[in-house]
Design a protein around this ligand. Structure first.
Ligand code: ATP
Length: 306
């Protein structure tokens, strides 16, 4: 295990920020640590990075307790913070070269610039780099020490959609290098796209963990069948077992786990009495729905795996 956390507790004054969580990340795994604002993500990550002391529980990162870790341990870790400003007068290459000097066995600087897609901008002063390019530079600085483990704190917050996608490509590059990655994010699509496994934290408790598919089965997120009520249908109502709800816009809907049977009963009824099911739609729950359901209810739930 690259990261082993058991019963981690951290409070600020009376406030419990992290409430006894367990977290395990295997070598080579990419895990997304997901949760709303104030959930405890940054506190946890900072404890794992050795920047913050815990109040309780045990933590091992690359086999070492971050509280008492030697300097060589830090060299095996790459950290990309939410915000960082490179020295504006340095070129991208100089900025990475300066960083490389902190490490005993750094990677080749041009190779790292290539991995993050900054070869074209190697000689450009960092003040002239775009926001997305600066994040690439952050990653290059984190990678130049050739770390085994990379922490990425909200790598795409504030990005426009195309910059987000570019960043995703860059994070995929970490996978091909075989790095272990723990990334925090607010975005469900990002977690689903980039990670092998998702861990959801809310109010200091882990509320779910597993693959995106595992998460979808952990909450009661049902499929919604809806249609526009035909004013010509008069008083005709579908069979009561379908539990149809009609809103004040004239949209009828059914929430169900058994879509096939519900559709069969509904369309059978409509065909029998000659009612048109206008705008008939079947909407399966998205992972976003699942996430909202999980983080609305902060009671710890059963977990799928470690
Ligand atoms: P965000 O997504 O907004 O970054 P987060 O999940 O990273 O949130 P944390 O920053 O770990 O959450 O904060 C967890 C809780 O601890 C919040 O209630 C926050 O207000 C509180 N907190 C965080 N840092 C401190 C601090 N230095 N002093 C006091 N309270 C803090």
């Amino acid at each position: 295990m690259t990261i082993e956390v058991e019963g981690l507790i951290k409070g600020y004054g009376d406030r419990v920020a992290v409430n006894g969580i367990d977290l395990h990340v295997a070598e080579g795994e990419i895990v997304a640590f997901l949760g709303p604002n104030g959930a405890g993500k940054t506190t946890t990550i900072e404890i794992l990075e050795g920047f913050r002391k815990r109040d309780g529980g045990s933590v091992r990162v690359l086999g070492v307790d971050p509280d008492t870790a030697p300097l060589e341990w830090l060299e095996r870790i790459g950290i990309v913070l939410q915000e960082s400003e490179p020295i504006p007068e340095l070129s991208a290459r100089e900025a990475v070269t300066q960083h490389a000097a902190y490490y005993g066995h750094p990677r080749n600087v041009d190779e790292v610039l290539d991995i993050v897609g900054l070869t074209d901008k190697a000689d450009q002063r960092t003040r002239k780099l775009s926001g997305g390019q600066k994040r690439r530079l952050d990653l290059a600085q984190a990678l130049v020490g050739n770390p085994d483990l990379v922490f990425l704190d909200e790598p795409t917050t504030g990005f426009d959609p195309s910059a987000r996608r570019e960043s995703w490509d860059m994070i995929e590059a970490l996978r091909s290098l075989g790095k272990t990655v723990l990334l925090t994010t607010h975005y469900m699509d990002e977690a689903e796209r980039l990670s092998d496994r998702i861990v959801v934290i809310a109010e200091g408790n882990i509320v779910a963990r597993g693959t995106a598919a595992d998460l979808a089965t952990q909450v009661n997120a049902t499929t919604r069948i809806s249609w526009r009520v035909d004013p010509g249908a008069g008083a005709a109502t579908p069979p009561s077992k379908l539990r149809v709800v009609v809103d004040n816009q004239g949209i009828a809907s059914i929430s169900t786990d058994d879509v096939t049977s519900a559709l069969r009963a509904l369309t059978g009824w409509a065909l029998d009495i000659g009612v048109e099911l206008q705008d008939l739609q079947v909407r399966r729950p998205t992972l976003e729905d699942v996430y909202l359901a999980l983080t609305d209810d902060t009671t710890p739930s059963t977990t799928v795996d470690g």
